[in-house]
Design a protein around this ligand. Structure first.
Ligand SMILES: [Zn+2]
Length: 175
């Protein structure tokens, strides 16, 4: 987001030269530069044997299931966000997390950091912001996630990572 006014004190921002970023909006009152950075968010594909953890959140997609996701908050590492979000949304403890690359979502200025993780322990106990959560056979994941393009990309990467050879998993991909 490119700020015009200081989000803390409301002063109109001026431009200040940052030596490698060029002119950056700057509040002379708070002595703060407002870089035009995206919001970091994690997306996690949790595996348990041949199953993957999917959620339904009606405020995101009406007819589609999604992976666990959430914003990175101040004071934590991205890895900590992964453990925390899976725990908060589903009650599950995960381990062996692996980074699968990033995806930029221009409409929301979000940088999505994608991961796979392994189930360690816990029974599904969804948070109130989640409408449904359960383990889904890996073969059905892409079909169940029709509207979630980024989530489906994560699942495809995960299938490659685990050298999954079942053709059935890709049957809902548009050829
Ligand atoms: Zn200010």
């Amino acid at each position: 987001m490119r700020f015009i006014y200081c989000p803390i004190c409301g002063t109109k921002l001026i431009e200040k030269d940052s030596w490698d970023e060029g002119a950056v909006p700057y509040c002379p009152v708070d002595d703060n530069m407002y870089f035009d950075t995206p919001k970091p968010c994690v997306v996690v594909a949790v595996m348990k044997g041949k199953e993957i953890l999917l959620l339904k959140q009606n405020y995101t997609f009406k007819n589609s299931k999604v992976l666990v996701s959430g914003y990175v908050t101040n004071g934590e590492s991205v890895e900590e966000t992964v453990y925390r979000e899976v725990k908060e949304e589903t009650g599950i403890t995960v381990g062996k997390i692996k980074y699968l690359g990033s995806d930029y979502l221009a409409s929301k200025e979000i940088i999505m950091l994608t991961f796979m993780a392994k189930f360690v322990e816990g029974n599904i106990k969804k948070s109130p912001e989640v409408d449904w959560a359960d383990w889904v056979n890996i073969d059905d994941a892409i079909c169940e996630m029709s509207e979630d393009e980024i989530g489906k990309r994560v699942v495809r990467k995960l299938l490659k990572e685990i050298n999954y050879t079942g053709e059935k998993a890709y049957r809902c991909d548009i050829k």
